[in-house]
Ligand binder design. Structure first.
Ligand code: SAH
Ligand code: F3S
Length: 453
């Protein structure tokens, strides 16, 4: 987004916490605001309207929002700025936000964004307590006006909300029931994104593979992937998050059949112990999960696999934790996002005893992260000497380095030029760390055939 103030125009600043879904929601909110004549600015100091798009998945994330709001109270006079709280904390705390942070005048949960234009009308007419918190919205928050931040990769929500109710998770309470977008609308939007110059599409959903086509053609999720991948001009398609309960082999068949579908699957396991998986309400066993991993490994291309893990869930024993560590080795993940369990209000496990002490959670997390670091290092080192196509996503002027991403979602740094940003280039890997690779470009300054620049 550009910082482009013109005299007299109202300005806004959005700060985003949390997941890709939140990042994309902020892009949509920015689109609605820009269509009303608001201009984006780079910091809250210059903004007339400040929006916090919040995350409440763990307690720390939720606390951060209130500490930020606290600093504003000291900084700005009452009424100097219009301050809004969006997203999961807004949904969860609701009206109480006005009590805890009286400088806030807009509170809108993520399931109510379709009402944002109407809510903004009320804010603009000076209403000091505007609220949108309904969860029973039928429509998804669709807007043609999305102000996308990344010029190459477009996020596109295909399913909103979640009905799963994993015992630890607030998302069903903060994002409402699951609703899928019709395939024709999704495919139209993909074609429009190609016309705008995007070459990579990332399909989003809390359980993206539980997408269920409301359109009469009733495409399956795997068929949708194929249709998106076939759109001329699309070079990469990613999708996240897949839930193991709904993972089907036709997803792998689609990846085999369509080169544009990326060599990457994010399949959160949460834990390696069947007893804990059952208490979490995940609806699969370790054995069923490993069967899915075998299916992914049987693909014609090497697909990189990432996961989410929670340590220290209620009742997790030392033995349960050992089983999670063993699972890391069994699968050989390329990336793991790991978290200490944080009890959340209104969840199934919210009333259970948080039995693993904080220090033990921290210890388990450190052990797990160190084990995974070694696994990743070993896996990345196998790439040395091989050549991959990367999309150049950034440039670090200080190091004169281009930052590229492989289809398997690995970052490769290589000596390059600013003009290469946005190009697809072939890069040979020369060194590997646990989190990224180093390489050298094989075709200086050239984009590979068919690349859109
Ligand atoms: N819809 C996705 C992601 C949900 S939130 C899915 O189905 O996996 C992202 C991750 O945050 C989860 O996968 C989980 O690992 C973690 N998480 C969710 N609730 C948590 C909690 N209460 N404490 C710690 N981690 C949590
Ligand atoms: Fe949360 Fe489980 Fe849904 S992790 S988002 S309730 S699948």
């Amino acid at each position: 987004m550009q910082d482009q103030t013109s005299p007299g125009a109202k300005t806004f600043y959005i700060e985003t916490f949390g997941c890709q879904m939140n990042v994309h929601d902020s892009e949509k909110v920015a689109g609605v605001l820009m269509a009303r004549g608001y201009k984006p600015v780079a910091g809250h100091e210059q903004a007339d309207l400040i929006l916090y798009n919040t995350c409440s998945i763990r307690e720390k994330a939720a606390q951060k929002v209130f500490s930020h709001l606290g600093t504003f109270k000291k900084k700005y006079r009452p009424g100097e700025k219009v301050i809004g709280v969006l997203g999961c904390v807004a949904q969860q705390e609701g009206e109480e936000i006005f009590e805890r942070a009286p400088q806030v005048s807009l509170v809108c949960g993520s399931a109510s964004y379709a009402r944002l234009p109407e809510l903004l009308d009320q804010v603009e007419t000076g209403n000091r307590r505007v609220m949108g918190l309904s969860l029973d919205t039928d429509e998804c928050f669709e807007t043609e006006l999305t102000g996308r931040e990344n010029p190459f990769r477009a996020y596109l929500t295909i399913v909103e909300g979640c009905d799963q109710r994993c015992a630890f998770c607030v998302v069903p309470m903060t994002r409402g029931p699951e609703r899928s977008r019709p395939s024709d609308r999704i495919l139209d939007e993909c074609r429009r994104l190609v016309d705008e110059g995007f070459t990579e599409i990332q399909l989003l959903g809390q359980i993206v593979n539980n997408w269920c086509d409301p359109a009469p053609v009733r495409l399956s999720f795997a068929e949708l992937l194929g249709r998106v991948a076939e759109i001329p001009g699309i070079r990469r398609v990613r999708f996240t998050t897949s839930h193991p309960r709904y993972f089907t082999p036709d997803i792998i068949e689609a990846i085999d059949a369509h080169p544009a579908l990326c060599d990457q699957i994010h399949l959160p396991v949460q834990c390696g112990s069947n007893a804990v998986l059952e208490r979490m309400g995940r609806h699969y066993t370790r054995e069923e999960y490993l069967e899915e991993i075998r299916c992914i490994r049987s693909a014609r291309r090497a697909i990189s696999i990432s996961t989410d893990i929670i340590v220290g869930f209620c009742g997790e024993t030392a033995q349960d934790f050992e089983e999670t560590l063993a699972l890391l080795e069994d699968v050989g993940y390329d990336q793991v996002f790991s978290f200490k369990y944080s009890p959340r209000p209104k969840t199934v496990a919210g009333n259970w005893e948080d039995s693993v002490p904080e220090e033990e959670k921290a210890r388990r997390l450190a052990v797990l992260q160190e084990r995974q670091r070694q696994i990743q290092l070993a896996r990345n080192q196998q790439w040395i000497g091989l050549t991959f196509e990367v999309l150049v996503e950034g440039f670090q002027p200080r190091l004169q380095q281009a930052v590229g991403r492989t289809t398997s979602n690995r970052t490769v740094n290589f000596s390059g030029r600013r003009e290469w940003v946005g190009r697809y280039m072939n890069v040979r890997v020369t060194a590997a760390g646990p989190n990224s690779l180093v390489g050298e470009s094989l075709e200086p300054g050239e984009s590979s055939p068919g690349a859109t620049t």
